[in-house]
Structures are given as C-alpha cells and as structure tokens.
Design a protein around this ligand. Structure first.
Ligand code: HEC
Length: 110
C-alpha cells in the first residue's frame, strides 16, 4: 500500500514537472495575448464579430482596436474585465493584470 502511494506521489510529481517544462512563458508576451484572446474577433482587416459590431455601432474609425490610440487604457481594461455588450469578459486566470497592461501598450502601436 505504501509503495502504491509513493508511486502515485512520484507520478504526480513527475507529471507536474513535465507540465512545468512545457509551460509557456509568463507573463505572456503581448503579441501572444493578442493572437490568443483578441485577434480572432478584432481582425485589423475588419473581419471578425468585434470589428464588424464596432464598425456598425460607431463607424469606420472605431472598427479596429489595434492601433487605435483614442481608446483610453482604463477603458480597454474595463471592457476586457467586465465585457461589453456582445464581448465576454476575461478573468485574471486567462490574462493577468500585468499581461493586460502589456497587451494595452501593444494595442496602442500600429
Ligand atoms: C468573441 C469575440 C471577441 C473577443 C475574443 C474579443 N472581443 Fe472585444 N469586442 C467584441 C465585440 C462584439 C465588441 C463590440 C461590442 C458590441 O458592440 O456588442 C467588442 C468591443 C471591444 C472594445 C470596445 C472598443 C470601442 O471602440 O469601444 C474593446 C476595447 C475590446 N473589444 C477589446 C478587446 C480585447 C483587448 C480583446 C482581447 C483580450 C477582445 N476585445 C476580445 C468581441 C470580442
């Protein structure tokens, strides 16, 4: 029985080491967060539900969130954390506050 338990503990340990070895870089670089969480809906070419809805609601100049320096960082944070109409919120387990700050900086570049 003891042997079984120690085998179990060992395999759990090895398992977590294996996971640790393949874990991605954290904080996740902004470009990766962008590709992982935003780009699919906010395609710069105007494709995706985010770009389509924003264009419909506010017009061409608010279609893109990437490179749009008129969006205040605090506003973007609010939208990401609380959601906005048809956009669902992201939790800190998806994207940490530090990663979100990096992402917002990245969004302000063209
Ligand atoms: C599942 C699709 C989807 C994803 C993923 C998504 N969004 Fe959105 N987003 C939308 C939609 C749709 C809207 C417009 C809301 C509406 O009009 O219903 C929106 C609106 C916004 C706005 C408001 C822009 C403005 O001009 O007021 C911001 C900022 C924004 N999203 C940022 C992000 C960021 C940053 C990410 C990634 C972390 C992201 N979104 C991921 C769908 C998405």
């Amino acid at each position: 029985m003891d042997k079984l338990i120690s085998k179990l503990v060992l395999s759990l340990l090895l398992g977590s080491i294996a996971i640790g070895a393949t874990a991605e870089e954290r904080p996740r670089p902004a470009e990766e967060s962008w590709m992982l969480f935003c780009e699919g809906c906010h395609r710069p070419d105007g494709e995706g539900p985010g770009a389509v809805m924003l264009q419909r609601r506010f017009g061409d100049e608010r279609m893109a969130i990437k490179g749009n320096t008129t969006l205040a960082p605090e506003y973007i944070k609010q939208v990401v954390r609380n959601g906005f109409l048809e956009m669902a919120p992201l939790r800190p387990t998806d994207i940490t506050d530090a990663e979100l700050d990096l992402l917002i900086e990245f969004l302000r570049t063209k």
